[in-house]
Design a protein around this ligand. Structure first.
Ligand code: BTN
Length: 245
């Protein structure tokens, strides 16, 4: 079966953000599975309005997706699985910190920013992926240096970003097809197998300012994290920033 994801790859040198470049492409000629990849970003964006520092050496790409419906919470989560699988292929036993931080020994190696957009009456998702493959850690700003790492820093080996991308996109294609076919329960189970938040005691800071504390026990087929709080009550959170306690 020909792959959907990566059937067209648009390579750029420097962009503000590959997510924005993908959205622009969607105005004219991008179709499902198109990937935009850039050598660096000057205004890379992370979740919750944070910056994503994107010096040369890292992998920065965005994938144009056309999900079957607008219920895309799980799609955002499982978009991190191919990154983890690729890092493991290159010997870094990374995991996912819910929702989709890619971490190794509590340091962040990658992240996903999924953005929904309507074009020509169709709902699209741009899945932006940033991976610190060969990023020299001293090129990252001081405020993130202590909590970030890179594939090269962990293994001493420089990886080809083209090879990493090819490996990752092949797995993304499988995950995306499963997601389109509605295999939510299976995907949630596969996600949990790679997610180090499960069984952790955590605090989740939510957008409305509230913080929920408890033990993470499950991820639902909709992508929510289920906590058991101190009273043993199940609490579902759909977005937020997790701190391991
Ligand atoms: C996060 O962990 O907060 C998400 C980081 C997502 C970064 C990637 S890099 C490629 C794409 N373009 C962006 O501006 N952001 C995403």
């Amino acid at each position: 079966m020909d792959p959907l994801v990566g059937r067209r790859i648009v390579r750029l040198d420097a962009v503000e953000s590959t997510n924005d470049a993908a959205k622009e492409l969607l105005e004219t000629d991008a179709d499902e599975g198109t990937v935009v990849v850039a050598g660096r970003q000057v205004a890379g964006r992370g979740r919750h309005g944070r910056a994503w520092f994107s010096p040369p050496g890292g992998l920065y790409c965005s994938i144009v997706l056309k999900p079957a419906d607008a219920n895309v919470g799980l799609l955002g989560l499982v978009s991190g699985m191919p990154v983890v699988k690729a890092l493991r292929h290159w010997s870094v036993l990374a995991t996912l910190k819910w929702p989709n931080d890619v971490v190794f020994r509590e340091r962040k190696l990658g992240g996903i920013l999924c953005e929904g957009v309507y074009r020509r009456d169709t709902f699209w998702v741009i899945a932006g992926i940033g991976v610190n493959t060969n990023v020299p850690l001293d090129r990252l700003p001081a405020e993130v240096r202590g909590s970030a790492s890179s594939l090269k820093a962990e293994t001493g080996v420089e990886v080809s970003n083209d090879e990493f991308l090819e490996y990752m996109l092949a797995d993304f294609d499988k995950v995306y097809r499963a997601s389109k076919s509605g295999a939510r329960a299976v995907l949630a189970r596969d996600y949990m197998a790679l997610c180090s938040t499960i069984r952790q005691r955590v605090a989740v800071a939510m957008a409305d300012g509230r913080t929920v504390r408890g033990t993470a026990v499950e991820v639902t087929p909709q992508g929510a994290l289920v906590l058991l709080d101190e009273a043993g009550t199940r609490v579902e959170v759909t977005d937020g920033t997790v701190t391991n306690l």
